[in-house]
Ligand binder design. Structure first.
Ligand SMILES: Cc1cc2nc3c(=O)[nH]c(=O)nc-3n(C[C@H](O)[C@H](O)[C@H](O)COP(=O)(O)OP(=O)(O)OC[C@H]3O[C@@H](n4cnc5c(N)ncnc54)[C@H](O)[C@@H]3O)c2cc1C
Length: 440
């Protein structure tokens, strides 16, 4: 069929994965997806489905069929009470968000970019920050997928299989539609502070509880190694709490628009960082407020496209272990000549009940490292250290765990996921060697 072609080369965003599938298919209809799956099954082949190809882990490589849903009709339908929205699973977040906004709707939370498809973002457990806010898959309340025998299966609201299908690594079938539980479109106040590492760590629990969203950037270029940037993202008028006592140093440089969005990172974010750094932190060790802006939630939660193809390893440790994990990682950083592609990022996510979610034992502190140069050596130290603190990896980022490791981490939830996979894809049509190593 014309929608499948040979000779395609897939490259992921970070250019760390490259492969040539036997055929690359861009179906326009669900009926064609069914045919593609049935063809592959009959030939004892495999099908992997890509979103935007932004994952770092080896979820996509296949020598058989690679499917993209980019040519499907990406309509958006409000289906119940004005906030439940049914969308094509392949729609990119950057295309979905304006469509929601036009209906005065938004998502509960976002990660830091909007290039991903909604399915790709959900199926790897993509998250933003906010101790009371779930990851992207927790916003899915119903779904529809094409299973391994080509049957089309609806997973309605309340269907227990959604606990696996919302974060499935694409191992259960091809998601064609999802229903999202949306919220009214909203504004966010964005404030930036700087504090000294020990002071920030001592205050972290309070900061996390007091702010709807808080994230940390550590090892920010131009800043001292002891400086930590604290970013809060709250509804306008939200009480400032502990940070209310921060010394105010906000003096946006002339000519810089008070938003990150309209300027490419090279001019916007770098200029902001330079301005922040040259304002100086002083030596008191107290918090300094160095920037603020406010605007639409999607602009305040996300960053412009990054100018570096970074490689990232990110672990979710139980929120209560976040400070200990950061202190332990700091010792590694201080002993090594640690160079970064992007600052170490610390974020928080609410607990959930999804079978393969790193957050399914309670709220977590995500710590992400993007080293430069000695990447392999730093990851080799970072991963065991995070695991010692009860950490579980982000499925879409770099990790080196074995099946035994994952089984031990997820216990009965792992078994329940594999049992459902045996039902929805007994012939392993949606497998590749990576998934087979991890799940059989
Ligand atoms: C610059 C950058 C910034 C990032 N920021 C964040 C962040 O802030 N927070 C965070 O948590 N993560 C972040 N990530 C990771 C990213 O969100 C995830 O890796 C996400 O999965 C990428 O989505 P995608 O659409 O590119 O999916 P892909 O990488 O293409 O696919 C991911 C998985 O989803 C499956 N899949 C995709 N579509 C379907 C479908 N329709 N049916 C079945 N399976 C499907 C694939 O088979 C694969 O297993 C970032 C990554 C990059 C490169």
């Amino acid at each position: 069929m014309a929608d499948c072609k040979a000779g395609h080369t897939f490259r992921n965003w970070s250019r760390t994965l490259e492969f040539k599938p036997r055929r690359f298919c861009k179906p326009r209809t669900e009926e064609r997806i069914v045919e593609i799956v049935q063809e592959a099954r009959a030939a004892k082949g495999c099908v992997r489905t890509q979103g935007a190809g932004h994952s770092f882990s080896q979820l996509l490589p296949t020598n058989d069929t690679l499917v993209s849903l980019d040519d499907m009709d990406h309509d958006v339908m409000i289906i119940a009470d004005g906030t439940e929205v049914n969308v094509s699973a392949g729609i990119r977040l950057k295309d979905l968000l304006p469509k929601l906004k036009a209906r005065n709707l938004g998502l509960r939370n976002l990660g830091s970019i909007t290039e991903q498809s909604i399915a790709g973002a959900a199926l790897t457990g993509t998250h933003g920050t906010g101790i009371g806010l779930g990851s992207i898959p927790t916003q899915i309340i119903a779904a529809r997928l094409v299973a391994g025998d080509g049957s089309v299966i609806d997973l309605p609201k309340g269907d227990p299989r959604l606990k696996a299908a919302s974060l499935s690594l694409g191992a259960l079938g091809i998601l064609t539609r999802v229903t999202l539980d949306c919220v009214p479109h909203h504004k966010i106040d964005y404030n930036v502070y700087v504090g000294k590492f020990d002071h920030v760590m001592a205050s972290l629990d309070q900061l996390v509880q007091e702010n709807v969203r808080v994230l940390l950037w550590w090892l920010v270029p131009l800043f001292d190694r002891d400086d930590v940037i604290i970013i809060t993202k709250n509804p306008p008028g939200h009480p400032v709490g502990l940070l209310g006592g921060a010394e105010n140093r906000v003096t946006p440089p002339a000519g810089l628009k008070p938003t990150l969005k309209p300027t490419p990172l090279g001019k916007g974010l770098d200029a902001m960082m330079e301005a922040l750094a040259t304002q100086g932190l002083g030596s008191t060790g107290k918090f300094k407020k160095i920037w603020h802006m406010s605007g639409d939630y999607e602009d305040m939660l996300t960053l412009p496209l990054l100018p570096v193809f970074h490689t990232e390893c990110e672990y979710a440790v139980p929120a209560a272990n976040g400070v200990a994990a950061m202190n332990a990682f700091r010792r590694v950083v201080e002993e090594n000549d640690f160079e970064i592609q992007l600052p170490v990022e610390v974020r928080f996510t609410a607990g959930d009940d999804l079978l393969l979610s790193p957050c399914n034992q309670g709220p977590v502190c995500y710590i992400g490292a993007s080293p430069h140069g000695n990447t392999a050596e730093i990851f080799a130290r970072f991963e065991p250290l995070m695991r010692d603190h009860g950490g579980r990896p982000h499925w879409g980022k770099h990790f080196t765990l074995t099946r035994g490791d994952i089984k031990a981490m997820y216990g009965a939830h792992y078994d329940a996921f594999v049992a459902l996979r045996n039902t929805l894809d007994p012939d392993r049509v949606f497998a590749n060697s990576f998934l087979t190593e991890l799940f059989g």
